[in-house]
Design a protein around this ligand. Structure first.
Ligand SMILES: Nc1ncnc2c1ncn2[C@@H]1O[C@H](COP(=O)(O)OP(=O)(O)OP(=O)(O)O)[C@@H](O)[C@H]1O
Ligand SMILES: [Mg+2]
Length: 361
């Protein structure tokens, strides 16, 4: 279950539009999606035309007249797409939680005990950096930060990023954050200037998808629908489908290193299984350093061929493939054969190499 908060304390930058339409786009491709409306303005709830007497307030508040579990208040929007509604009373939660310990983890605790099975949980945040937004950040593994390609849009962004960093550090919580450029008006030169500025400030932290200004997005919200239902061929639909593909791809990318690491482990395990451990030893209590050299290490005298000393006995264990090997010891610079091994053969220098045959176990 990927939990993604859509947050920016700046009002009207497209958080709710993104939450609703990204949720709908992910659901339209067969993903099970839960959208949590965590904004007391309840724009996502209204924007999807959901009317229900209970809300996320009844789940998070201890003072609510009617306490409820998250599972009990979920409303179905359409196939694969559910909503946890909000209501204006949620605005009182900020004050209620102000003196409580663990107030920033109320939502993450709720989600940790949640029995629902969703591919994606999206959280629509209110336009401030209060306790609700902090709860959302604390509960999420990813944050999408919608930023308008307009003047002043970058102001305050530093503050949001610092709060995310603070939650990350304080709670040892892994969060990735990415900027989504919204309300992009390609007719204005200023939009491109802003886009360039955003790109400079947030290299590698930007979605490739840009959400363009599209009146159909506004119309859909006013009609209580998501944009795909409103007009599946409009620019808004195209943009949010593209964003959903990017979000999904991010999952696959995240999985890829895991798969690679698993594969590497398997290869190593297979390799190790084919190696047989051989222990070499020689008694030389007065020696200062002893090396083991042979065909298996190209007769190299270096730190990797140095033997370990233990009470006068020098030891080295090697993983060797089945085969025949020649070897010698080098005791304080003097080359010598293994006196405890009767198997020997003359080498081109007229001295003896010790012989060993490793057989597959
Ligand atoms: N790409 C767009 N094209 C046209 N209108 C848009 C677009 N994105 C958002 N809007 C409109 O702008 C207004 C504000 O958008 P939205 O409600 O998504 O912002 P918000 O960040 O959730 O606001 P708040 O901070 O109040 O929660 C809405 O009327 C919405 O329909
Ligand atoms: Mg909103």
């Amino acid at each position: 279950m990927r939990i993604i908060a859509i947050a920016n304390q700046k009002g009207g930058c497209g958080k709710t539009t993104t939450a609703i339409n990204l949720a709908a786009a992910l659901a339209s491709c067969g993903n099970k999606v839960l959208l949590i409306d965590l904004d007391p303005q309840a724009h996502a709830t209204l924007g999807l035309n959901i009317k229900y007497q209970l809300s996320i307030y009844n789940v998070l508040s201890k003072l609510a007249n009617k306490k409820a579990r998250l599972e009990e208040i979920i409303q179905n929007v359409e196939e694969n797409f559910d909503l946890v509604p909000s209501s204006i009373i949620l605005s009182t939660l900020e004050q209620e939680l102000s003196g409580e310990i663990g107030r920033e983890s109320r939502l993450s605790d709720t989600l940790a005990n949640f029995s629902g099975s969703y591919d994606y949980v999206l959280i629509d945040c209110p336009p401030n950096l209060g306790i609700l937004t902090i709860n959302a950040i604390r509960a999420s593994g990813e944050i999408i930060i919608p930023v308008e390609a307009s003047r002043f849009s970058l102001e305050g962004l530093g503050q949001l990023v610092s709060i995310i960093e603070l939650v990350k550090d304080r709670l040892n919580h892994v969060i990735s954050q990415r900027i989504l450029v919204t309300n992009f008006d390609s007719r204005l030169r200023h939009s491109f200037k802003m886009l360039k500025e955003i790109k400079t400030n947030f290299t590698n932290k930007l979605f490739d998808t840009i959400i363009h200004v599209n009146v159909q997005l506004k119309e859909a919200q006013n009609e209580g629908k998501h944009v795909i239902k409103h007009n599946k061929y409009c620019r808004g639909t195209k943009d949010y489908l593209s964003l959903s593909r990017e979000v999904v791809m991010h999952t696959e990318e995240a999985k890829r290193p895991m798969a690679l690491a698993k594969k590497m482990k398997q290869i190593l395990r297979d390799k190790m299984a084919r190696l047989n451990e051989v222990a070499f030893s020689i008694n030389a209590p007065d020696a200062k350093e002893v090396y083991l050299v042979g065909d298996f290490n190209d007769w190299k005298l270096d730190t990797t061929s140095r033997m370990e000393q233990n009470n006068g006995a020098w030891m080295k264990r090697l993983g060797l493939k089945p085969g025949k090997y020649r070897y010698r010891f080098v005791i304080d610079g003097k080359w010598t054969e293994d006196s405890s091994n009767p198997s020997k053969a003359m080498n081109p220098y007229g001295t003896l190499d010790s012989l060993i045959e490793v057989i597959n176990k």
